[in-house]
Write a protein that binds this ligand. Structure first.
Ligand SMILES: [Zn+2]
Length: 441
């Protein structure tokens, strides 16, 4: 396994490398292939399923098709038994070591809305009028102000009876087109690159069976974001704390003698003590955290009562404070009421900021600006694939725009231009990581 953050990293501008990219007007050449590739992918049904043990047959078919296509590029490609597709491209730089660039996307589509039998509609030279789909669905400037920017450009929608699956077939299209570009232009200078295309993102399981042997980069970028320039560079840390009080059975009438203890009271008191009204989700914005009692369960037979608290925060100190508060108050209630109380901590996802190298944002900004994209870094009050990887494996990454709009809806649509610019951004990430160098200490 590779060690992370072990080397000092410096940017070293190498003009020869930059020139090779600048001279070749290669990105336009690959642009025309992106829509046909995208259309081909969305026509393969690959919904994930929360109730599936792991894979759905649709995802399996999609994975197989992708693997065949990617393998043909000739790079070392690994198709895991859990249907992750990994490509590990060795560096083609002589006498120099550069950081490992990691790029990811997911090939499943959401189970929240029907994604079977998708009939994509490619609208070229969009005229600005409302786009009327079947079943009364309409995409227009009222519902989607960003669509205004697409006049004269290419937009893809479904026919209205399904979603489109641009989440995340757009990301997959970007990465496969990038691999094709690198395969057909072997002189483009690049360092080691790791690509992974995962299943089960939309059921929150994309990091679950990831194999670090094939994906553990120094800089990770997940192509699963929305509009031009968007980069999610931070997110909530998320913990689920389950507190369970164990009462003692016996008849209440003789409780003073027989040791009967009630399990509801300590949990009710605990909620009242640790969740002041001002810390509820509806009273928290920006980078403020919150603590929310999410579930209450009582089991009369076993005389247990439990509450699950969701802790959400950007500042790790907030998380520590919430947890300390719960533990201390649970302890004192346990003493006061003479009831056993257990506190369990489940990490759900983690803020990627803690596991991203400081120069990653500079690298991304350069890559975007060089593609004519204005970077729009933001922090999300939610989790991402990168956040799940961060929680499980301790390395973070940014989530980059792909051109997908209005995901998980009949009115989902794709901006061809944004998808292309995301591809250019990806190629620039290759270019700029190849200009960095690492020296062993
Ligand atoms: Zn997605």
């Amino acid at each position: 396994m590779r060690k992370l953050l072990a080397w000092p990293v410096v940017f070293a501008l190498l003009f020869s490398a930059a020139a090779a990219f600048a001279k070749t007007n290669i990105t336009n050449k690959y642009r025309t292939g992106m829509i046909p590739r995208f259309v081909k992918y969305v026509q393969i049904d690959s919904m994930s399923d929360v109730n599936a043990e792991w894979m759905t047959p649709g995802q399996e078919k999609m994975a197989q098709a992708l693997y065949e296509e990617i393998k043909a590029f000739g790079f070392p490609t690994y198709f895991s038994k859990d249907k992750y597709i990994y490509v590990n491209i060795p560096s083609n730089l002589k006498n120099r070591r550069t950081p490992v660039l990691g790029l990811s996307a997911h090939y499943d589509t959401t189970p929240d809305i029907i994604g079977v039998g998708i009939k994509p509609r490619v609208i070229k030279n969009y005229d600005g009028k409302p786009i009327v789909l079947k079943n009364g669905h309409v995409i227009d400037f009222n519902s989607d102000p960003y669509l205004r920017n697409m006049i004269g450009k290419t937009v893809v929608t479904s026919d209205g009876t399904t979603n489109l699956g641009a989440d995340d077939k757009a990301g997959v299209t970007i990465l496969v087109t990038l691999l094709q570009t690198l395969a057909e232009n072997p002189k483009l200078p690049h360092g080691p690159i790791q690509v992974v295309i995962t299943p089960n993102e939309d059921v929150g399981r994309s990091a679950e069976r990831l194999e670090l042997e094939y994906y553990h980069p120094d800089y990770a970028f997940d192509f699963d974001g929305g509009v031009d320039g968007e980069a999610l560079i931070g997110n909530f840390s998320a913990d689920r704390i389950v507190v369970t009080a164990q009462g003692v059975n016996g008849h209440q009438s003789y409780a003073a003698e027989n040791g009967y203890r009630n399990s509801v009271k300590p949990i009710a008191d605990l909620i009242a003590k640790v969740v002041p009204a001002q810390s509820l989700p509806n009273n928290s914005t920006g980078t403020q955290g919150y603590i929310e009692p999410r579930e209450l369960r009582s089991d009369l037979q076993n005389n247990t009562t439990s509450a699950a608290f969701h802790l959400r925060y950007f500042n790790p100190e907030d998380g520590k404070r919430y947890l300390r508060d719960i533990k201390q108050k649970a302890d004192s209630l346990s003493d006061a009421l003479d009831v056993r109380i257990k506190v369990e901590i489940i990490k759900q996802y983690e803020n990627v900021e803690y596991g991203v190298k400081p120069e990653a944002l500079d690298l991304l900004k350069k890559a975007m600006e060089d593609a004519g994209v204005t970077p729009n870094p933001k922090k999300e009050r939610a989790g991402t694939t990168s956040a799940m990887i961060m929680a499980k494996y301790g390395f973070g990454g940014y989530t980059i725009f792909t051109g997908q709009n209005n995901p998980h809806a009949f009115t989902e649509w794709l901006s061809e231009e944004d998808m292309f610019r995301a591809y250019q951004t990806a190629l620039n990430l290759v270019k700029y990581t190849a200009q960095m160098s690492i020296s062993d200490k």
